[in-house]
Ligand binder design. Structure first.
Ligand code: GDP
Length: 426
């Protein structure tokens, strides 16, 4: 049985917390896309952690954590993350890295930074983790697979070609220092030694595990609206954020994914550039940002203040549909307890017409929010464990969201901790 845990929005929905919680009853947790460009914040008995590459199940002794072939693998970063866990007393996790995962190189990060610099004010707001140059190289077939680190001859040919291609851009477009073949070969040899203990034929491993009935979680990064095909292109990430891609990025048959748990945030937040229809500004935004998430809405990787807004039913309904949501976990609901009234965006007005369908990017830029306002509950709901004990106004808000998105909300998260969860029995 495979369950995907993915985001319906722009990311930071709290997937890490939900994965960490569900990992208790799972055997294997897999990252299948993205890289160290976004983080999951997890709070548990060992402390507070910002994981970027490792899946959120690494804290249990009984789980195997897998970096799938779809991930942008920054090897020194992964090792640093493993060491950080060990230094904070987390028992040594069992980690496997796909032999088909590709290696994110320092030049990917450099090229990312140079391109942001070149675009200046028109940049995409990249985290400069090298993600776009990495995936460009993967599809241009000049990426380096983990298995190739162990084949020096192939590697040298590839590195020669990489230097030829990249150095044209470095010299003539960016006017920056050039790549040197020998330096890259040395770097790759050190990466080989670092990653060797973890390398595995992951799809074969998973084939056996599924035959044995093991319980598998796929942990997504970012959310539907950052998907390169179905998101707000071009203000998207460079690998698919959808559950469907979990099959490819982990190496399992698509029909094995039988539960798609989509994580939805009770209000909206986004990092980076791009249209954000339900965004709010000024004091109203500052208050939500300060109270939001756990200790404020600031990026786990960059510390950048996140853009915030009210719940967007148009974007979230679309986000759930494109993921193929079978159930929804609604998070950070506790944060809204200070409000007298809670606005919700229930439509987009585009060129004088109201739509409930999420539009393509050129139309999205023109969209203005249509608001509906619901009464707030004005109490702290943290600590509540039964759905029936939530204030009526709070249940009404949850049920209004459920009616808008058309997917059952089976879990409500009312705090950042592992146990701050209300399972809804229906
Ligand atoms: P992810 O990328 O989807 O895993 O999301 P992040 O972990 O980056 O962001 C979610 C933030 O919200 C983290 O700081 C979590 O600790 C926090 N969080 C998650 N669920 C809840 C919740 O129900 N209530 C509150 N107050 N914070 C939460």
């Amino acid at each position: 049985m495979v369950r995907a845990i993915v985001g319906a929005n722009w990311g930071d929905e709290g997937k890490g917390k939900i994965t960490d919680m569900l990992a208790k009853d799972s055997d294997i947790i897999i990252r299948f896309q993205g890289g160290s460009n976004a983080g999951h914040t997890i709070i548990n008995d060992y402390g507070k952690f910002a994981l970027h590459l490792l899946p959120s199940g690494v804290f249990y002794r009984h789980t195997t954590s897998i970096i799938g072939n779809g991930v942008a693998l920054n090897i020194p970063y992964l090792l640093k993350e493993i060491q950080d866990l060990e230094s904070k007393g987390v028992p040594e996790p069992k980690i496997l890295v796909s032999d088909r995962a590709q290696v994110l190189m320092p030049y990917h990060m450099e090229l990312d930074a140079y391109e942001e610099e070149r675009l200046a004010g028109k940049s995409f707001g990249s985290t400069k983790s090298g993600i776009a140059p990495f995936y460009s190289d993967k599809y241009a077939k000049i990426g380096i697979q983990v298995c190739e680190l162990f084949d020096e001859e192939t590697l040298r040919d590839k590195v020669k070609n990489i230097c030829t291609l990249k150095n044209v851009m470095l010299e003539h477009l960016y006017h920056k220092p050039l790549l040197k073949e020998e330096e890259l070969m040395e770097q790759l040899a050190s990466y080989r030694d670092m990653i060797a203990p973890y390398v595995c034929d992951v799809s074969a491993y998973l084939h056996e595990a599924l035959k044995e009935g093991k319980r598998v979680l796929l942990e997504g990064q970012l959310g539907s609206l950052k998907d390169p095909d179905h998101g707000i292109y071009p203000m998207v990430t460079s690998s698919s954020t959808l559950a469907a891609y979990g099959a490819i990025g982990a190496g399992i048959p698509p029909y094995e994914i039988n539960n798609i748990t989509v994580v939805v945030k009770a209000y909206s937040s986004a990092v980076g550039a791009g249209a954000f229809t339900s965004e709010i500004f000024g004091d109203e935004a500052e208050e939500l940002r300060r109270r939001g998430g756990d200790g404020g809405e600031y990026g786990a990787t960059t510390g950048r203040p996140r853009r915030v807004g009210w719940f967007d039913a148009v974007a979230t309904r679309y986000g759930c549909r494109i993921q193929g949501a079978t159930e929804v976990a609604l998070t950070v609901l506790d944060v809204l307890g200070y409000l007298d009234e809670i606005p919700m965006c229930v439509g987009y007005e585009i060129d004088g017409e109201v739509t409930r369908d999420f539009p393509t990017t050129p139309k999205l830029k023109k969209a203005k929010p249509v608001w509906k306002t619901m009464p707030g509950w004005k109490t702290d709901i943290r600590g509540i464990q039964n759905y029936a004990e939530l204030p009526e106004a709070c249940r009404n808000y949850i049920e209004a969201i459920e009616a808008e998105i058309g997917v059952p909300i089976t879990m409500v998260s009312n705090g950042p901790g592992r146990n701050d969860i209300i399972k809804r029995v229906r």
